[in-house]
Ligand binder design. Sequence first.
Ligand SMILES: [Mg+2]
Length: 421
Amino acid sequence: MTETRTIFHIDVNSAFLSWEAVYRINFLGEERDLRNMVSAIGGDVEKRHGIILAKSIPAKKYNIRTGESILEARQKCPHLLIMPPDYDLYESCSEAFMEILREYSDMVEQYSIDEAYIDVTDAMGLYSSPVDLASKIKDRIRDKLGFTVNIGISTNKLLAKMASDFTKPDRVHTLYPEEIPVKMWPLPVGDLFYVGRASQKKLYKLGIRTIGELAHADPQTLQNHMKSHGLLIWNYANGIDYSLVCPEIPANKGYGNSTTVAFDVKDAVTAKMVLLGLCETVGTRIRRDGAEVQVISVGVRYQDDLSHESMQMTLDEPTDITTELYNASCCLFDKLWDGKRAIRHIGVHTAHVKTQTGCRQLSLFETKDYEKMKMLDKAVDSIRLKYGKEAVMRSVFLLNPGIDPMIGGISKEKRGIHQND
Ligand SMILES: [Mg+2]
């Protein structure tokens, strides 16, 4: 593909915090604006999710970091105002944000709850320049939804993403290939997309401290020390990225969900309740898309050494029925778990997604009434849609208030906690 594309990366500034601030101002009539205060969104201290998920720009001055524990943050800044997260609110803000982006292009790829790539190449005839279009989108989001975004512009996703991370908030930046030496190479190598702490350490050992030094390093040396990842980041440092904006969910992507439990799970009954909570959410998503899945996998992470194990199975027929997902999950869990090691994290994932449903081949020895189960799920979904997800729950959860009957409102990938929010 030789045609030059125009790609935007759009990133909500301090997403969770901005959304909370806008909600409080517009719906609760609060006068204070969290965005101008030393504030953060943080998970429940009692639970293991006790980390900073987003911080205001004033909080950044205290060196508060996304991903650090609430305890660490409080040590740096005792008067930090911390609000609990509200994922249902974030999900609806995210949807409204994506809806606006889709007005400008069909090629919108949601990358996380608060980030998207859009390919606006075909729309460019209608605007004087990419900066003109980006400014219009940015202002429209701010005026209609009340929060600000940064937009990065370039000819590929990587450069657009790097550009959106330049000065914030409420800004449009370009990073065209010819601007790389001036705008990207002087930055610390840790600022490059996909260079995490571990890679940064390795690069430092090789004497590479800036993106420019990485760009000029010998790719063979990088490959020797860091395998294919070394080549990937060398390409990125040179502004090379051939990946396309993918508007559709890739086929066979699968539906999944996982959770870190607030306490260590040491018995199968509790583990299976967590599995049920996960299957409820996964099943609802599958049915919402009119899909069915045939492969199901269960994974656990142990408390003692944080190691992970998983096991998967293929069902005889694809399904969208929660009870079937749950039964398969329990079966896998029983094979997987030795009955001794304490579990910290449990996940259910699916694959082999089919979108043409309703072609179940009935076995001669079928004893279950699948139609009845399907109708039950359908009824529960519609009640939850109307009255909220707590409106109906399986009775086992009434006796165990510590476990969420429907774990997670949105997929884990899209809740994404990013360092550069
Ligand atoms: Mg963001």
